[in-house]
Design a protein around this ligand. Structure first.
Ligand code: GDP
Ligand code: MG
Length: 205
């Protein structure tokens, strides 16, 4: 088991200019409002309320940074989680949306310390236009050392046959559930292996 031995909120920033110095490998999480991003972040660090589920989704347009240390056997893996504002929230005004689009795009393009983009997609609605354009956008900006991981959330809501169909269509994606914790360990492994290389599997019980 990979354990989060440290998980702390670091800071919030409204744009790349105010972001903390890019001194560590970062994992950026993005997806539509309500996709289950806060729940997934909490599940990944085994905390109940690190990433607070916001009462008014889409209102606080801040980039949140978390300092995370994973431990696997004797090895410690330090990294940062970057929680990006949920997009596609209907009640946000057009000008705020445009301003945010600009900030977010700039952040994603220019933040060199991002090693992984985690694109969250609701497993029940896998074909939304906004997710398709996000996929295209990420593919268009990702550098060679940056990995894109597509994660289908709320897998517990799908029947076995629906899960199989989704897997077939998206063989590289992960199906996860923050409710029954399925796929969480697998996602941790994918994250750590991309950033730190193959993990030592010496202490498998
Ligand atoms: N069934 C199920 N519901 C989930 C899951 N993850 C999140 N939710 C629910 O989806 C809603 C939005 O979750 P939240 O994590 O706040 O989404 P965010 O807006 O993307 O941060 C909440 O009502 C959660 O309880 C999941 O894995 N399974
Ligand atoms: Mg949230």
């Amino acid at each position: 088991m990979i354990k989060a031995v440290k998980a702390e909120f670091l800071t919030s920033a409204p744009s790349i200019k105010q972001a903390p110095p890019p001194s560590m490998s970062e994992v950026a999480f993005l997806g539509r409002s309500n996709v289950g991003k806060s729940s997934l972040l909490n599940a990944l660090v085994e905390r109940k309320n690190l990433a607070k589920s916001s009462a008014t989704p889409g209102k606080t347009k801040l980039i949140n940074f978390f300092e995370v240390h994973y431990k696997d056997g004797e090895a410690i893996y330090p990294l940062r989680f970057v929680d990006l504002p949920g997009y596609g929230y209907a009640k946000t005004s057009k000008s705020i949306k445009e301003e945010w689009q600009k900030n977010l795009t700039q952040f994603l393009r220019q933040r060199d310390s991002i090693r992984i983009f985690i694109h969250l997609i609701d497993a029940r609605h896998p074909e939304l236009a906004i997710d398709k354009s996000t996929r295209e956008f990420l593919r268009s900006i990702a550098r060679g050392d940056q990995k894109i991981i597509e994660v289908f959330t709320k897998a517990d809501k799908l029947k076995q046959s629906q899960k199989a169909a989704l897997k077939k269509l998206h063989p590289d994606a992960l199906l996860v559930s923050s409710v029954d914790k399925k796929g969480i360990e697998e996602l941790k492994i994918k994250i750590l292996e991309h950033i730190f290389g193959n993990l030592q599997k010496t202490d498998t019980h």
